[in-house]
Ligand binder design. Structure first.
Ligand code: MN
Length: 473
């Protein structure tokens, strides 16, 4: 699995000098306690580091600049234990270049009617301190995340956890590099796009490489390395030659492993974590990368077919958010329009990510009937059941548009004459409504399907990246 750095989040409590040194010590103590117990909850995917109490504009400004220049810090969590005059936050907040979560909480869960006094009221002012602080963020049009509720509540902690995954993906988005082997498929509109705008807005570096350069690396893969990969494949999956003679089957599978190892080396040597291929541009390669692309996706690499660099990048980005848990490149392929059965059958020609398999994938070899290449090996399996989200990114002259809906996934029936991996799903709003709105928004047929991510996380990601959102809910 392709890992991301071990990010952390910096936590600060806002206050002021008005209440005296003693109260500031209490604020610091409570902030430390909240952070300690958030980390101990076991719910957060990334560590929170308490950076103390902020009381002055100078201190806040310096803090935010430090956040920007510490690569290991993915974002900031703020909490207003007391009133913290928000003019002090203006300069620092304007300079902050990373995601911001305002944790609108109170140290104590209830109101202690029996013991409450003015000391308590001076210290526990979140109710109005949060509003002063949030006014400024709203006025700055930050669209920062607000998580409201008692900090020890599991639901609140889960919201923080979900946001952390989005914030890390946002940081990684600006390091994301896509390798395009060949151009986009001829005549196709939806896979085109403005790569300069993608780098400005989304941080994605999108480079072209001639397939010939890849062929050299693929051809140089050693037989010994292929032997080793073949053994690993046998341990993980069932190899099913079916009607193929054993030697033909083995040589086809071995060639896919050669492509797998070659593409992996090519990407790793140059810092790419996503790639796309185009079956119209495979000169020098004997097979369309099928099993090869599937094995790379399972390891966390992003992939887009037909030169679709936008979905190669989006797949990688969402795999980061999902810790590579059941988050895959997908394609709307064919429909069941019968009343009561409405569904979309998703697949691709070959390149379906095995992390959504509900059965043990089989390695099979069949003709492709497109592209004029040798019969490619591929993993064949049935997808999963459950709730998921399906998302696409489209490029318009005004900018990028993220279009998504929640879906219910089911297993497709057996298709003895279609030997590819398959997934069946229906938009939660219904096939007719969901698809009509998807079409009207200009959403394409390539998507990322995730059983791990939520609509809220997609909303948060799109908001951080400043893209237009079309939420079909
Ligand atoms: Mn396609």
């Amino acid at each position: 699995m392709l890992n991301v750095p071990d990010y952390e989040f910096w936590f600060v409590a806002g206050s002021q000098f008005l209440y005296g040194e003693e109260q500031l010590k209490n604020v610091a103590r409570d902030a430390e306690d909240i952070v300690k117990r958030l980390n101990e909850s076991g719910k957060l995917p990334y560590k929170v580091v308490c950076k103390g109490v902020m009381t002055t504009a100078e201190g806040i400004t310096k803090f935010m600049k430090d956040v920007n220049y510490h690569d290991e810090v993915a974002g900031v969590i703020t909490w207003m234990h007391t009133f913290s005059p928000a003019k002090n936050w203006i300069r620092g907040t304007v300079l902050l270049q990373k995601p911001l979560l305002h944790l609108a909480t109170q140290y104590r869960e209830d109101i202690p009617y029996e013991t409450i006094d003015f000391d308590y009221m001076n210290l526990n002012q979140s109710a109005h301190g949060d509003r002063e602080y949030a006014y400024l963020n709203s006025r700055l049009d930050l669209k920062n995340k607000i998580v409201y509720g008692y900090w020890a509540d599991p639901e609140v902690q889960e919201e923080i956890a979900s946001w952390q995954d989005v914030a890390v993906a946002y940081n990684e988005s600006f390091k994301l590099k896509v390798c395009r082997f060949g151009d986009t498929m001829r005549d196709v509109a939806v896979t085109e796009g403005d790569k300069v705008q993608a780098q400005i807005q989304l941080g994605w570096t999108v480079d072209y490489w001639p397939v010939g350069d890849l062929v050299e690396v693929v051809d140089a893969v050693s037989e010994g390395d292929i032997d080793k990969a073949y053994q690993e494949l046998q341990q993980k999956y069932d190899l099913e030659p079916q009607a193929n003679p054993q030697d033909k089957f083995e040589s086809s599978v071995r060639y896919q492993l050669r492509e797998y190892l070659g593409i992996k080396k090519f990407l790793d040597d140059r810092g790419y974590t996503a790639f796309c291929t185009n079956f119209q541009d495979l000169k020098g390669l004997k097979q369309l990368p099928g099993l090869a692309a599937q094995l790379l996706m399972a390891e966390g690499y992003g992939f887009g077919a037909e030169g679709d660099w936008k979905h190669a990048a989006l797949t990688r980005l969402l795999k980061i958010m999902a810790h590579n848990d059941r988050t895959v490149f997908m394609e709307d392929y064919t429909l069941d329009l019968r009343h009561g059965h409405e569904a979309i059958l998703g697949a691709h020609m070959l390149e379906v990510d095995p992390t959504i398999a509900s059965d043990k994938p089989q390695v099979q070899v069949h003709p492709l009937d497109i592209g004029g290449k040798d019969d490619p090996a591929r993993l064949v399996f049935t997808g999963a059941e459950g709730e998921a989200v399906d998302v696409t990114i489209a490029d318009f002259r005004e900018g990028f548009r993220l279009i998504y809906y929640p879906v219910d996934c089911r297993k497709a029936a057996a298709t003895p004459h279609l030997p590819v991996a398959k997934q069946l799903w229906t938009p939660k709003t219904g096939l007719k409504d969901g698809s009509t709105r998807w079409l009207a928004a200009g959403g394409g047929h390539h998507t990322v399907l995730s059983f791990r991510l939520t609509v809220q996380q997609l909303h948060d990601l799109g908001t951080m990246l400043g893209v237009e959102l079309v939420e079909i809910v």
